[in-house]
Design a protein around this ligand. Sequence first.
Ligand code: KG4
Ligand code: ZN
Length: 348
Amino acid sequence: MTDGPLVLGIETSCDETGVGIVRGHTLLADAVASSVEEHARFGGVVPEVASRAHLEAMVPTIERAAETAGVSLHDIDAVAVTAGPGLAGALLVGVASAKALALGLGKPIYGVNHLAAHVAVDQLEHGPLPEPCLAMLVSGGHSSLLEVADVTVGVEPMGATIDDAAGEAFDKVARLLGLPFPGGPHIDNAARSGNSVAIDFPRGLTRRSDLERHRFDFSFSGLKTAVARWVEAQQRAGVAIDVADVAASFQEAVCDVLTRKAIDAAQSRGIEDILIGGGVAANSRLRAMAVERATDAGIRVRIPRPGLCTDNGAMVAALGAELVARGRTPSLLDLPADSSMPITTVVA
Ligand code: KG4
Ligand code: ZN
């Protein structure tokens, strides 16, 4: 598709300053400046450090995106920005920048939900979203199962984590194993040479008694504790820890629960398409297992390429373009950054 609205999207909810430009479903530029290395020595994202990095990266990243896309900012039809959920100070930098840009250019502004943007980004790769679809969003801050009838109108939450997010579990377990932050990609890598059935780690909220109340919910804190206990026990016994085996067994437990529950949720609503998004959707085992199990169940799976799964500006632009295309009402210029924006609100 080469036509459609030209939209610039800004993402600053965590540690990535993302500026994307799309025309309809076509990605023209996806400029990302990450402050992840500044946080690595703290073992997690430090909000103040992230906010300052966004401030410094914003203008150069906008310029880089416009140059890559080969467009003048005056030609864009609308500005979209992540209004929440995310880190308050980090969100503020993006929202203030988007307001300045929209006001200066005389264009509408859409303050959008980060989670809906993780869903909409897949349109850049696989075309219009199937309606309805079952979206599973798994990242550092969220793990949810959502029924999405129209991503520009709202999503219906079916389940979510009751403790840690899936990405958080990857990051915490990586830390236990002495791997760098963010841990997901390192566990993914280490697991490639490990045995995924070496250790039988628990699958949270999958017992019959749990399913009554938490059929579509997740819990990863018990798994994280089980890994910690296992590592401690090995250390006490003076046995060297096989990082690859622990990584592979842990990853298998996470992917097993995620894919099982996603397929169950889709089947419970008669939905034939599952879409997976968020940083953990970059995980190679999750991608392979989801395709294998869904295919067996007669369900199609769409997962954006790894670079579009982690936070970026293109996802915000993709949702913005869909909002413009469907004639949805823009936000007011006094739109707030909302660190706990509910998943059911698409536009602030
Ligand atoms: O969506 P995202 O970029 O930021 C949030 O909105 O949280 O997700 C980041 C999370 C981190 O926890 C990171 O460890 C995880 O996604 N992640 C992965 C992989 N790549 C990133 N987890 C597992 N396997 C990966 N390959
Ligand atoms: Zn995210």
